[in-house]
Design a binder for this molecule. Structure first.
Ligand code: ZN
Length: 65
């Protein structure tokens, strides 16, 4: 069954919804907001923990000193 990923435009919550055939009214399970956007299934079953805003990372070398 086709499972689409949605992201809430209100609270930014990411959730999956099972869509049968046509697009049904999807609401955010967190804040029940109908303002959600369907995410493209560009990524294949890869769960992103979240992009941390850590800068300075380039190489895998640890700073010794
Ligand atoms: Zn929400």
């Amino acid at each position: 069954m086709p499972i689409f990923e949605y992201v809430c435009q209100d609270c930014g919550a990411l959730f999956e919804k099972l869509v049968m055939g046509r697009e049904a009214a999807v609401s955010c399970p967190t804040c029940q907001s109908p303002d959600v956007a369907k995410q493209f299934s560009a990524f294949s079953t890869r769960t992103a923990a979240g992009f941390s805003g850590s800068m300075g990372a380039g190489c895998g070398c640890a700073p010794s000193g």
